[in-house]
Design a protein. Structure first.
Length: 553
Protein backbone atom coordinates (compact mmCIF):
# COMPACT_ATOMS: atom_id res chain seq x y z
CA UNK A 1 0.00 0.00 0.00
CA UNK A 2 1.40 3.31 -1.02
CA UNK A 3 1.25 5.76 1.88
CA UNK A 4 3.02 8.55 0.04
CA UNK A 5 1.22 11.81 -0.46
CA UNK A 6 2.01 14.83 -2.60
CA UNK A 7 4.76 16.94 -1.06
CA UNK A 8 3.64 20.36 0.02
CA UNK A 9 5.35 23.08 -1.99
CA UNK A 10 7.95 25.02 -0.04
CA UNK A 11 6.81 28.47 0.96
CA UNK A 12 9.03 31.25 -0.29
CA UNK A 13 9.59 33.74 2.46
CA UNK A 14 11.44 36.97 2.91
CA UNK A 15 14.85 36.85 4.59
CA UNK A 16 14.40 35.77 8.20
CA UNK A 17 16.39 36.30 11.34
CA UNK A 18 16.25 34.32 14.59
CA UNK A 19 13.63 35.86 16.87
CA UNK A 20 14.23 33.85 20.05
CA UNK A 21 16.98 35.40 22.18
CA UNK A 22 17.82 31.94 23.58
CA UNK A 23 18.14 30.30 20.16
CA UNK A 24 21.52 28.88 19.04
CA UNK A 25 21.76 31.41 16.19
CA UNK A 26 21.22 34.33 18.55
CA UNK A 27 23.79 33.02 21.03
CA UNK A 28 26.25 32.33 18.20
CA UNK A 29 25.94 35.94 17.07
CA UNK A 30 26.52 37.15 20.65
CA UNK A 31 29.79 35.21 20.86
CA UNK A 32 30.89 36.57 17.48
CA UNK A 33 30.20 40.10 18.72
CA UNK A 34 32.39 39.40 21.76
CA UNK A 35 35.17 38.09 19.49
CA UNK A 36 35.01 41.18 17.27
CA UNK A 37 35.05 43.54 20.24
CA UNK A 38 38.20 41.85 21.53
CA UNK A 39 39.83 41.84 18.09
CA UNK A 40 39.04 45.49 17.31
CA UNK A 41 39.63 46.97 20.77
CA UNK A 42 43.41 47.46 20.53
CA UNK A 43 44.28 47.62 16.85
CA UNK A 44 43.08 47.10 13.31
CA UNK A 45 42.03 43.65 12.25
CA UNK A 46 44.91 41.81 10.52
CA UNK A 47 44.83 38.91 8.10
CA UNK A 48 46.17 36.60 10.83
CA UNK A 49 43.36 37.55 13.22
CA UNK A 50 40.81 37.14 10.42
CA UNK A 51 42.09 33.62 9.73
CA UNK A 52 41.90 32.79 13.44
CA UNK A 53 38.31 34.03 13.59
CA UNK A 54 37.43 32.03 10.49
CA UNK A 55 38.67 28.84 12.16
CA UNK A 56 36.83 29.65 15.39
CA UNK A 57 33.57 30.44 13.59
CA UNK A 58 33.84 27.59 11.11
CA UNK A 59 33.53 29.85 8.09
CA UNK A 60 35.67 31.38 5.34
CA UNK A 61 38.02 34.34 5.75
CA UNK A 62 35.97 36.22 3.17
CA UNK A 63 32.88 35.79 5.33
CA UNK A 64 34.81 37.11 8.34
CA UNK A 65 35.75 40.31 6.47
CA UNK A 66 32.16 40.71 5.31
CA UNK A 67 30.86 40.42 8.88
CA UNK A 68 33.54 42.82 10.15
CA UNK A 69 32.40 45.40 7.58
CA UNK A 70 28.76 44.94 8.61
CA UNK A 71 29.69 45.14 12.31
CA UNK A 72 31.55 48.42 11.82
CA UNK A 73 28.63 49.86 9.91
CA UNK A 74 25.85 48.68 12.22
CA UNK A 75 27.86 48.61 15.45
CA UNK A 76 26.06 45.73 17.12
CA UNK A 77 24.35 42.38 17.10
CA UNK A 78 22.06 43.15 14.17
CA UNK A 79 25.02 42.93 11.77
CA UNK A 80 25.83 39.33 12.73
CA UNK A 81 22.42 37.73 12.93
CA UNK A 82 22.32 35.37 10.00
CA UNK A 83 19.37 35.72 7.68
CA UNK A 84 18.09 32.53 6.12
CA UNK A 85 16.12 32.50 2.91
CA UNK A 86 13.30 30.12 2.23
CA UNK A 87 11.47 28.05 4.84
CA UNK A 88 12.80 27.68 8.35
CA UNK A 89 15.13 24.75 8.82
CA UNK A 90 13.21 21.55 9.54
CA UNK A 91 9.75 23.09 9.52
CA UNK A 92 9.14 24.48 6.04
CA UNK A 93 7.47 21.52 4.32
CA UNK A 94 4.83 20.36 6.77
CA UNK A 95 1.29 21.65 6.97
CA UNK A 96 0.75 24.23 9.69
CA UNK A 97 -1.86 21.97 11.37
CA UNK A 98 0.65 19.14 11.64
CA UNK A 99 3.35 21.47 12.94
CA UNK A 100 0.93 22.66 15.62
CA UNK A 101 0.06 19.08 16.63
CA UNK A 102 3.74 18.16 17.04
CA UNK A 103 4.58 21.31 19.00
CA UNK A 104 1.52 21.20 21.27
CA UNK A 105 1.92 17.50 22.02
CA UNK A 106 5.60 17.91 22.83
CA UNK A 107 4.94 20.87 25.13
CA UNK A 108 2.19 19.03 27.02
CA UNK A 109 4.57 16.13 27.69
CA UNK A 110 7.54 18.33 28.60
CA UNK A 111 5.48 20.47 30.97
CA UNK A 112 4.78 17.26 32.90
CA UNK A 113 8.28 15.81 32.59
CA UNK A 114 11.29 17.12 30.71
CA UNK A 115 12.45 13.50 30.40
CA UNK A 116 9.77 12.63 27.81
CA UNK A 117 11.32 11.36 24.55
CA UNK A 118 10.02 10.56 21.08
CA UNK A 119 9.06 7.09 22.37
CA UNK A 120 6.32 8.71 24.49
CA UNK A 121 5.51 11.70 22.29
CA UNK A 122 5.27 10.02 18.86
CA UNK A 123 2.32 7.70 19.71
CA UNK A 124 0.39 10.66 21.11
CA UNK A 125 1.01 12.57 17.86
CA UNK A 126 -0.25 9.61 15.81
CA UNK A 127 -3.46 9.43 17.88
CA UNK A 128 -4.08 13.16 17.48
CA UNK A 129 -3.51 12.98 13.71
CA UNK A 130 -5.96 10.09 13.43
CA UNK A 131 -8.57 12.01 15.41
CA UNK A 132 -8.24 14.98 13.04
CA UNK A 133 -8.02 12.81 9.89
CA UNK A 134 -4.56 14.16 9.05
CA UNK A 135 -1.89 12.02 7.40
CA UNK A 136 0.54 11.01 10.11
CA UNK A 137 4.22 12.04 9.86
CA UNK A 138 7.09 9.61 9.90
CA UNK A 139 8.95 8.98 13.12
CA UNK A 140 12.14 10.49 11.63
CA UNK A 141 10.26 13.71 10.85
CA UNK A 142 8.96 13.94 14.40
CA UNK A 143 12.42 13.29 15.85
CA UNK A 144 13.85 16.15 13.76
CA UNK A 145 11.09 18.50 14.90
CA UNK A 146 11.58 17.52 18.55
CA UNK A 147 15.31 18.23 18.33
CA UNK A 148 14.46 21.81 17.30
CA UNK A 149 11.72 22.26 19.90
CA UNK A 150 13.99 21.05 22.72
CA UNK A 151 16.20 24.12 22.23
CA UNK A 152 13.37 26.50 23.14
CA UNK A 153 13.13 27.03 26.94
CA UNK A 154 9.51 28.16 26.55
CA UNK A 155 8.49 24.57 25.72
CA UNK A 156 9.33 23.40 29.24
CA UNK A 157 8.19 24.19 32.77
CA UNK A 158 9.41 27.55 34.19
CA UNK A 159 12.04 25.90 36.39
CA UNK A 160 13.50 23.84 33.54
CA UNK A 161 13.28 26.76 31.12
CA UNK A 162 15.24 28.97 33.52
CA UNK A 163 18.00 26.36 33.72
CA UNK A 164 18.21 26.13 29.93
CA UNK A 165 18.51 29.91 29.63
CA UNK A 166 21.26 30.05 32.24
CA UNK A 167 23.29 27.48 30.32
CA UNK A 168 23.32 29.55 27.14
CA UNK A 169 23.75 33.06 28.56
CA UNK A 170 27.17 34.71 28.79
CA UNK A 171 28.23 34.93 32.43
CA UNK A 172 30.25 37.86 33.75
CA UNK A 173 31.77 37.31 37.18
CA UNK A 174 33.03 40.88 37.55
CA UNK A 175 33.58 44.09 35.65
CA UNK A 176 36.06 46.93 35.56
CA UNK A 177 34.87 50.52 35.43
CA UNK A 178 37.58 52.32 33.52
CA UNK A 179 35.61 54.90 31.57
CA UNK A 180 32.34 56.78 31.41
CA UNK A 181 29.33 54.72 30.31
CA UNK A 182 31.33 51.53 30.79
CA UNK A 183 28.78 50.35 33.38
CA UNK A 184 25.44 51.96 34.19
CA UNK A 185 23.41 50.73 37.16
CA UNK A 186 19.60 50.79 36.98
CA UNK A 187 17.14 50.31 39.83
CA UNK A 188 13.63 51.28 41.05
CA UNK A 189 12.20 52.64 44.26
CA UNK A 190 8.81 53.80 45.51
CA UNK A 191 9.21 57.48 46.42
CA UNK A 192 8.84 58.33 50.11
CA UNK A 193 6.15 60.94 49.50
CA UNK A 194 2.45 60.95 48.67
CA UNK A 195 1.28 62.99 45.70
CA UNK A 196 -2.09 64.41 44.66
CA UNK A 197 -4.11 64.52 41.49
CA UNK A 198 -3.67 67.95 39.80
CA UNK A 199 -7.41 68.36 39.16
CA UNK A 200 -9.18 66.93 42.23
CA UNK A 201 -6.24 67.40 44.66
CA UNK A 202 -7.05 63.94 46.06
CA UNK A 203 -4.15 61.82 47.28
CA UNK A 204 -3.23 59.22 44.65
CA UNK A 205 -0.45 57.34 46.44
CA UNK A 206 3.31 57.17 45.95
CA UNK A 207 4.99 57.23 42.53
CA UNK A 208 7.75 54.92 41.33
CA UNK A 209 11.18 56.31 40.48
CA UNK A 210 13.49 54.46 38.09
CA UNK A 211 17.03 55.80 37.88
CA UNK A 212 20.18 55.04 35.87
CA UNK A 213 23.64 55.97 37.26
CA UNK A 214 27.01 55.95 35.50
CA UNK A 215 29.42 54.14 37.85
CA UNK A 216 32.64 55.77 36.62
CA UNK A 217 31.57 59.42 36.96
CA UNK A 218 28.64 58.98 39.39
CA UNK A 219 26.49 61.05 37.03
CA UNK A 220 22.77 60.33 36.83
CA UNK A 221 22.12 59.31 33.23
CA UNK A 222 18.34 59.26 33.24
CA UNK A 223 15.18 58.91 35.32
CA UNK A 224 11.54 57.91 34.93
CA UNK A 225 8.91 58.99 37.44
CA UNK A 226 5.41 57.57 37.04
CA UNK A 227 2.44 56.01 38.81
CA UNK A 228 3.25 52.55 37.47
CA UNK A 229 4.87 49.71 39.37
CA UNK A 230 8.34 48.53 38.22
CA UNK A 231 8.00 46.93 34.80
CA UNK A 232 9.62 46.58 31.38
CA UNK A 233 7.87 49.81 30.41
CA UNK A 234 9.51 51.73 33.27
CA UNK A 235 12.91 50.41 32.21
CA UNK A 236 12.30 51.34 28.54
CA UNK A 237 11.33 54.93 29.41
CA UNK A 238 14.27 55.35 31.81
CA UNK A 239 16.79 54.02 29.28
CA UNK A 240 15.35 56.22 26.53
CA UNK A 241 15.82 59.22 28.81
CA UNK A 242 19.33 58.05 29.74
CA UNK A 243 20.71 57.70 26.20
CA UNK A 244 18.98 60.77 24.73
CA UNK A 245 20.25 64.39 24.78
CA UNK A 246 18.07 66.28 27.24
CA UNK A 247 18.24 69.92 26.10
CA UNK A 248 14.92 69.95 24.22
CA UNK A 249 13.16 67.99 26.97
CA UNK A 250 14.34 70.40 29.68
CA UNK A 251 13.34 73.41 27.57
CA UNK A 252 9.85 71.96 27.17
CA UNK A 253 9.64 71.66 30.95
CA UNK A 254 10.61 75.33 31.29
CA UNK A 255 13.82 74.50 33.20
CA UNK A 256 17.07 76.37 32.64
CA UNK A 257 19.31 73.42 33.51
CA UNK A 258 22.34 71.78 31.93
CA UNK A 259 22.31 67.98 31.92
CA UNK A 260 24.79 66.89 29.23
CA UNK A 261 24.86 63.22 30.31
CA UNK A 262 23.70 60.93 27.50
CA UNK A 263 24.88 58.07 25.30
CA UNK A 264 24.72 54.30 24.92
CA UNK A 265 26.21 52.36 27.86
CA UNK A 266 28.50 49.39 27.34
CA UNK A 267 26.79 47.39 30.09
CA UNK A 268 23.76 47.62 32.38
CA UNK A 269 24.12 46.39 35.95
CA UNK A 270 20.80 45.43 37.58
CA UNK A 271 19.26 43.32 40.28
CA UNK A 272 17.27 40.16 39.55
CA UNK A 273 13.86 41.78 39.23
CA UNK A 274 11.48 40.14 36.79
CA UNK A 275 11.53 43.15 34.48
CA UNK A 276 15.33 42.85 34.10
CA UNK A 277 15.08 39.19 33.12
CA UNK A 278 12.20 39.75 30.72
CA UNK A 279 12.56 38.91 27.04
CA UNK A 280 11.93 42.59 26.20
CA UNK A 281 14.86 43.81 28.32
CA UNK A 282 17.34 41.11 27.29
CA UNK A 283 16.40 41.35 23.63
CA UNK A 284 16.69 45.15 23.71
CA UNK A 285 20.15 44.95 25.27
CA UNK A 286 21.37 42.41 22.71
CA UNK A 287 20.03 44.39 19.75
CA UNK A 288 21.73 47.57 20.96
CA UNK A 289 25.08 45.97 21.80
CA UNK A 290 24.64 46.42 25.57
CA UNK A 291 25.97 43.78 27.96
CA UNK A 292 23.95 42.74 31.01
CA UNK A 293 25.43 42.18 34.47
CA UNK A 294 23.20 40.75 37.21
CA UNK A 295 24.10 41.11 40.84
CA UNK A 296 23.93 37.95 42.99
CA UNK A 297 20.47 37.40 44.54
CA UNK A 298 19.75 39.15 47.85
CA UNK A 299 22.95 41.22 47.70
CA UNK A 300 22.03 44.92 47.36
CA UNK A 301 25.62 45.86 48.30
CA UNK A 302 26.68 44.78 44.78
CA UNK A 303 24.54 47.62 43.40
CA UNK A 304 25.78 50.09 46.00
CA UNK A 305 26.19 53.05 43.67
CA UNK A 306 22.56 53.31 42.61
CA UNK A 307 21.26 52.05 45.97
CA UNK A 308 23.14 54.76 47.89
CA UNK A 309 22.09 57.47 45.46
CA UNK A 310 18.44 56.43 45.71
CA UNK A 311 18.73 56.60 49.49
CA UNK A 312 20.15 60.11 49.29
CA UNK A 313 17.42 61.28 46.91
CA UNK A 314 14.75 59.85 49.20
CA UNK A 315 16.22 61.69 52.20
CA UNK A 316 15.77 64.89 50.21
CA UNK A 317 12.23 63.91 49.21
CA UNK A 318 11.37 63.42 52.90
CA UNK A 319 11.66 67.19 53.32
CA UNK A 320 8.52 67.63 51.21
CA UNK A 321 4.90 67.72 52.40
CA UNK A 322 3.31 64.28 52.38
CA UNK A 323 6.51 62.49 53.34
CA UNK A 324 5.91 58.86 54.29
CA UNK A 325 8.88 58.43 56.64
CA UNK A 326 10.35 60.41 59.51
CA UNK A 327 14.12 60.05 59.96
CA UNK A 328 13.82 61.54 63.45
CA UNK A 329 11.03 59.24 64.63
CA UNK A 330 12.24 56.26 62.57
CA UNK A 331 8.61 55.65 61.67
CA UNK A 332 5.86 56.72 59.31
CA UNK A 333 4.12 59.99 60.28
CA UNK A 334 0.43 59.85 61.06
CA UNK A 335 -2.00 61.02 58.38
CA UNK A 336 0.79 61.51 55.84
CA UNK A 337 -1.75 61.29 53.02
CA UNK A 338 -3.58 64.37 54.29
CA UNK A 339 -0.39 66.45 54.17
CA UNK A 340 0.26 65.64 50.47
CA UNK A 341 0.33 68.74 48.26
CA UNK A 342 2.61 67.97 45.30
CA UNK A 343 1.49 66.65 41.93
CA UNK A 344 3.50 64.11 39.97
CA UNK A 345 4.77 66.88 37.68
CA UNK A 346 5.83 69.11 40.58
CA UNK A 347 7.68 66.25 42.23
CA UNK A 348 9.46 65.58 38.93
CA UNK A 349 10.52 69.24 38.68
CA UNK A 350 11.87 69.11 42.24
CA UNK A 351 13.89 65.94 41.48
CA UNK A 352 15.35 67.40 38.29
CA UNK A 353 16.58 70.53 40.07
CA UNK A 354 17.92 68.43 42.93
CA UNK A 355 19.81 66.24 40.43
CA UNK A 356 21.23 69.42 38.92
CA UNK A 357 22.54 70.45 42.35
CA UNK A 358 23.96 66.98 42.97
CA UNK A 359 25.88 67.05 39.69
CA UNK A 360 27.63 70.24 40.78
CA UNK A 361 28.50 69.25 44.36
CA UNK A 362 31.94 67.79 45.10
CA UNK A 363 31.62 64.02 45.40
CA UNK A 364 33.25 62.49 48.45
CA UNK A 365 34.81 59.59 46.54
CA UNK A 366 35.71 61.42 43.33
CA UNK A 367 36.91 64.61 45.02
CA UNK A 368 35.24 66.62 42.26
CA UNK A 369 31.63 67.14 41.13
CA UNK A 370 30.22 64.26 39.05
CA UNK A 371 29.58 66.61 36.12
CA UNK A 372 33.24 67.70 36.17
CA UNK A 373 34.30 64.04 36.08
CA UNK A 374 32.00 63.50 33.08
CA UNK A 375 33.36 66.51 31.18
CA UNK A 376 36.99 65.69 31.95
CA UNK A 377 36.60 62.20 30.59
CA UNK A 378 35.05 63.25 27.28
CA UNK A 379 37.59 66.04 26.80
CA UNK A 380 40.24 63.30 26.49
CA UNK A 381 38.21 61.26 23.98
CA UNK A 382 38.37 61.80 20.23
CA UNK A 383 34.62 61.28 19.88
CA UNK A 384 31.72 61.91 22.23
CA UNK A 385 29.18 59.48 23.62
CA UNK A 386 27.59 57.16 21.07
CA UNK A 387 23.90 57.59 20.31
CA UNK A 388 21.47 55.00 18.93
CA UNK A 389 21.04 55.29 15.19
CA UNK A 390 17.31 55.66 15.73
CA UNK A 391 16.05 56.78 19.16
CA UNK A 392 12.46 55.77 18.45
CA UNK A 393 13.57 52.27 17.46
CA UNK A 394 15.72 52.13 20.62
CA UNK A 395 12.64 52.67 22.80
CA UNK A 396 10.63 50.09 20.86
CA UNK A 397 13.46 47.57 21.32
CA UNK A 398 12.79 47.63 25.08
CA UNK A 399 8.98 47.77 25.10
CA UNK A 400 7.07 44.72 26.41
CA UNK A 401 6.47 42.06 23.77
CA UNK A 402 4.25 39.13 22.97
CA UNK A 403 4.59 36.52 20.23
CA UNK A 404 1.60 36.35 17.93
CA UNK A 405 0.71 34.78 14.58
CA UNK A 406 -0.15 37.21 11.80
CA UNK A 407 -3.35 35.71 10.39
CA UNK A 408 -5.66 36.65 7.59
CA UNK A 409 -7.68 38.76 10.02
CA UNK A 410 -4.61 40.48 11.43
CA UNK A 411 -3.15 40.25 14.94
CA UNK A 412 -5.04 39.52 18.16
CA UNK A 413 -3.57 40.74 21.45
CA UNK A 414 -5.34 40.77 24.85
CA UNK A 415 -8.60 40.07 23.03
CA UNK A 416 -8.23 43.18 20.83
CA UNK A 417 -7.85 42.82 17.07
CA UNK A 418 -5.39 44.82 15.01
CA UNK A 419 -5.24 45.06 11.23
CA UNK A 420 -4.16 47.30 8.35
CA UNK A 421 -3.40 47.02 4.66
CA UNK A 422 0.31 46.81 5.41
CA UNK A 423 -0.23 43.35 6.94
CA UNK A 424 -1.14 41.82 3.56
CA UNK A 425 2.51 40.86 2.96
CA UNK A 426 3.07 39.65 6.52
CA UNK A 427 0.44 36.89 6.82
CA UNK A 428 2.16 33.68 7.94
CA UNK A 429 0.01 31.12 9.79
CA UNK A 430 2.95 28.89 10.67
CA UNK A 431 5.13 31.33 12.58
CA UNK A 432 4.79 33.48 15.68
CA UNK A 433 6.13 37.01 15.34
CA UNK A 434 7.43 39.54 17.86
CA UNK A 435 4.70 42.11 18.59
CA UNK A 436 5.55 45.01 20.89
CA UNK A 437 3.04 47.18 22.71
CA UNK A 438 2.90 50.18 25.01
CA UNK A 439 0.76 49.30 28.06
CA UNK A 440 -0.27 52.96 28.38
CA UNK A 441 -2.03 52.96 25.02
CA UNK A 442 -3.29 49.85 23.23
CA UNK A 443 -4.58 51.81 20.22
CA UNK A 444 -1.74 50.32 18.16
CA UNK A 445 0.94 47.64 18.30
CA UNK A 446 4.33 47.32 16.63
CA UNK A 447 5.16 44.27 14.51
CA UNK A 448 8.89 43.58 14.31
CA UNK A 449 10.08 42.89 10.76
CA UNK A 450 13.10 41.02 9.44
CA UNK A 451 15.23 44.19 9.30
CA UNK A 452 14.28 45.01 12.92
CA UNK A 453 12.13 47.92 11.81
CA UNK A 454 8.64 48.06 13.31
CA UNK A 455 5.37 48.11 11.41
CA UNK A 456 2.70 50.15 13.21
CA UNK A 457 -0.63 48.26 13.24
CA UNK A 458 -3.73 50.12 14.58
CA UNK A 459 -6.91 48.62 16.00
CA UNK A 460 -9.06 47.06 13.30
CA UNK A 461 -12.00 49.27 14.31
CA UNK A 462 -10.84 52.93 14.41
CA UNK A 463 -13.92 53.90 16.46
CA UNK A 464 -12.79 51.78 19.43
CA UNK A 465 -11.95 53.86 22.53
CA UNK A 466 -8.31 54.29 23.54
CA UNK A 467 -7.49 51.86 26.32
CA UNK A 468 -4.54 51.22 28.56
CA UNK A 469 -3.66 47.67 29.56
CA UNK A 470 -4.76 48.21 33.16
CA UNK A 471 -8.09 49.61 32.02
CA UNK A 472 -8.63 46.57 29.81
CA UNK A 473 -7.84 44.26 32.72
CA UNK A 474 -10.20 46.22 34.98
CA UNK A 475 -12.98 45.81 32.39
CA UNK A 476 -12.44 42.06 32.29
CA UNK A 477 -12.47 41.86 36.11
CA UNK A 478 -15.47 44.14 36.57
CA UNK A 479 -19.01 42.97 37.27
CA UNK A 480 -19.90 44.06 33.75
CA UNK A 481 -16.96 42.11 32.35
CA UNK A 482 -17.46 41.47 28.66
CA UNK A 483 -16.15 38.71 26.49
CA UNK A 484 -16.55 40.37 23.10
CA UNK A 485 -14.23 43.36 22.79
CA UNK A 486 -15.08 44.07 19.14
CA UNK A 487 -18.08 46.32 19.82
CA UNK A 488 -16.83 49.90 20.50
CA UNK A 489 -20.15 50.90 22.11
CA UNK A 490 -20.08 48.08 24.65
CA UNK A 491 -16.38 48.70 25.30
CA UNK A 492 -16.95 52.41 25.94
CA UNK A 493 -19.84 51.68 28.31
CA UNK A 494 -17.72 49.18 30.24
CA UNK A 495 -14.90 51.73 30.42
CA UNK A 496 -17.24 54.27 32.00
CA UNK A 497 -18.59 51.72 34.47
CA UNK A 498 -15.20 50.80 35.92
CA UNK A 499 -14.78 54.42 36.93
CA UNK A 500 -18.13 54.39 38.73
CA UNK A 501 -17.78 51.08 40.56
CA UNK A 502 -16.69 51.23 44.15
CA UNK A 503 -13.36 49.80 45.24
CA UNK A 504 -12.00 48.52 48.53
CA UNK A 505 -9.77 51.59 48.77
CA UNK A 506 -10.55 55.19 47.91
CA UNK A 507 -6.82 55.77 47.43
CA UNK A 508 -6.76 52.99 44.86
CA UNK A 509 -9.69 54.51 43.00
CA UNK A 510 -8.05 57.95 42.97
CA UNK A 511 -4.81 56.44 41.74
CA UNK A 512 -6.53 54.55 38.92
CA UNK A 513 -8.25 57.72 37.75
CA UNK A 514 -4.98 59.67 37.88
CA UNK A 515 -3.16 56.99 35.90
CA UNK A 516 -5.75 57.21 33.18
CA UNK A 517 -5.55 61.00 32.99
CA UNK A 518 -1.74 61.10 33.16
CA UNK A 519 -1.18 58.77 30.24
CA UNK A 520 -4.01 60.29 28.20
CA UNK A 521 -2.08 63.57 28.26
CA UNK A 522 1.34 62.09 27.55
CA UNK A 523 1.29 63.22 23.91
CA UNK A 524 0.40 66.80 24.89
CA UNK A 525 3.10 67.26 27.53
CA UNK A 526 5.29 69.37 25.25
CA UNK A 527 2.49 71.93 24.77
CA UNK A 528 1.25 71.97 28.36
CA UNK A 529 2.02 74.88 30.67
CA UNK A 530 4.73 73.68 33.02
CA UNK A 531 5.99 75.19 36.31
CA UNK A 532 9.10 77.29 35.82
CA UNK A 533 10.03 77.49 39.49
CA UNK A 534 10.87 74.47 41.60
CA UNK A 535 9.43 73.79 45.02
CA UNK A 536 11.94 74.53 47.75
CA UNK A 537 11.93 72.09 50.71
CA UNK A 538 11.86 74.91 53.22
CA UNK A 539 10.14 72.83 55.87
CA UNK A 540 13.49 72.03 57.47
CA UNK A 541 16.19 74.14 55.85
CA UNK A 542 16.12 77.60 54.36
CA UNK A 543 19.29 76.88 52.39
CA UNK A 544 18.87 73.85 50.15
CA UNK A 545 22.40 74.12 48.75
CA UNK A 546 23.88 73.72 52.22
CA UNK A 547 22.44 70.22 52.63
CA UNK A 548 25.16 67.54 52.31
CA UNK A 549 25.33 65.11 49.42
CA UNK A 550 26.65 61.93 50.93
CA UNK A 551 26.64 59.65 47.93
CA UNK A 552 28.81 56.57 47.50
CA UNK A 553 31.86 55.51 49.37
Amino acid sequence: MNRSRPRQPAVTRSPEIPEDIDSPDWQKALHQVADLKAALSSNELTAEIAEELAKRWGTSVRTVWRRVKAFRKEGGLRALLQRRRGPNAGVGKLRSELEAIIADTARSWWKLSENATSAEIYPAIIRECAARNIARPSRATVVRRLSVLRKDPNNFSPAVGAKLRDRSRLVKASYEVARALSVVQVDHTVADVFIVDPASRNCIGRPTLTIAVDVATRCICGICLSLESPSALQVALCLENAVSPKEVWLDELGLDLEWPVHGLPDALHTDNGREFHSAAFRRGCDLNNIDTIYRPPATPRFGGHVERLIGTLMRRVRLLPGSTYSDFLQARPKAAEKAAKLTLNELGIFLLEDINRYHRKAHRTLGIPPLSAWERYWEKEAIGPLLPKDLSRFRLDFLPLQRRVVGREGIELFGLKYSSGALAQEVDLGRKRVVRFDPRDLAQVYLEQSNFQHLVIPLRDPSSPRLSLWELKAIKRSRAGIQNLDDPTILLRALEQIGEEGTASRLRANRRSARRDAWRAVEQIANAEMPTKSLQPSLISQDVDSLPWEVLE
